[in-house]
Design a protein around this ligand. Structure first.
Ligand code: MD3
Ligand code: FE
Length: 218
């Protein structure tokens, strides 16, 4: 057990790139409430390995809350108001999610961010997210707010082209990233999660990704 990992880190604001800022150790004591709210969402809309167009499954288990959710299937990617596994609308976005996302966006210079979807990514050791761009949202002017809970990860921060060299940015429990502006379409991914244990989440990393998608459904 890494005893230093149990010590509370001081919050700090770290510029990463144009329009991208890391709010390190931002959650502080709000981590447990956020995790509890995420687990409540997952109890009604369980995380699942979504099918892909190519016939495989996404390595990371995913679910959503909000007025729409991000889904992948044999047809491709889209936002949909209905959870395809249950046939019901996605669970509502918890109040503590909304207030945290608005607050983080405000600090990063986006005072009117109104997320309508939160994608919940659950990583287990060995899970990864290959380099990709996020192109499915209707309104690219809105930032993305990303919250890391549990096991740490190496975030891969690429450029405008897939072949651009990616920086490796360590993301730890309690970190919040805000991405917007001219780097909103940069390639990015998550390196394979290392085995480990976190006091709050066990052998697991949760990432909450807040977006404004704007459309009711595709
Ligand atoms: C930078 N998720 O769900 S969140 C995704 O940690 C995704 O689960 C990662 O990439 C995760 O699509 C990273 C941070 C993030 C999300 C979207 C971005 C960074 C981004 C879109 C553009 C630029
Ligand atoms: Fe992404």
């Amino acid at each position: 057990m890494d005893l230093f990992a149990e010590l509370a880190r001081e919050p700090s604001v770290v510029p990463i790139d144009d329009g991208a800022v890391l709010l390190a150790a931002h959650l502080q004591h709000r981590d447990r409430a956020l995790l509890d709210a995420a687990l409540a969402v997952l109890s009604s809309a369980p995380a699942r390995h979504m099918p892909t167009r190519s016939g495989g499954r996404i390595s990371v288990a995913m679910s959503n809350c909000g007025t729409v959710g991000w889904v992948s299937d044999r047809q491709g990617y889209r936002y949909d108001a209905i959870d395809p596994d249950s046939g019901r609308p996605w669970p509502a976005m918890p109040d503590c999610f909304l207030s945290l996302a608005r607050e983080a966006a405000q600090i990063a210079g986006y005072p009117s961010f109104e997320p309508d979807v939160c994608l919940i990514n659950r990583y287990e050791p060995g899970n990864r997210l290959g380099l990709h761009q996020d192109l499915d949202e209707g309104e690219l002017e809105s930032p993305i707010v990303s919250v890391s809970l549990g096991l740490g990860a190496l975030f891969l921060w690429g450029g405008k082209l897939r072949r651009d060299t990616a920086r490796r940015i360590p993301l730890a429990h309690g970190d919040v990233m805000v991405w917007g502006g001219s780097t909103r379409l940069n390639f990015h991914g998550v390196h394979s999660i290392a085995a480990g244990h976190h006091a709050l989440t066990g052998a697991c990393r949760y990432n909450l990704t807040f977006r404004h998608c704007g459309t009711r459904a595709a």
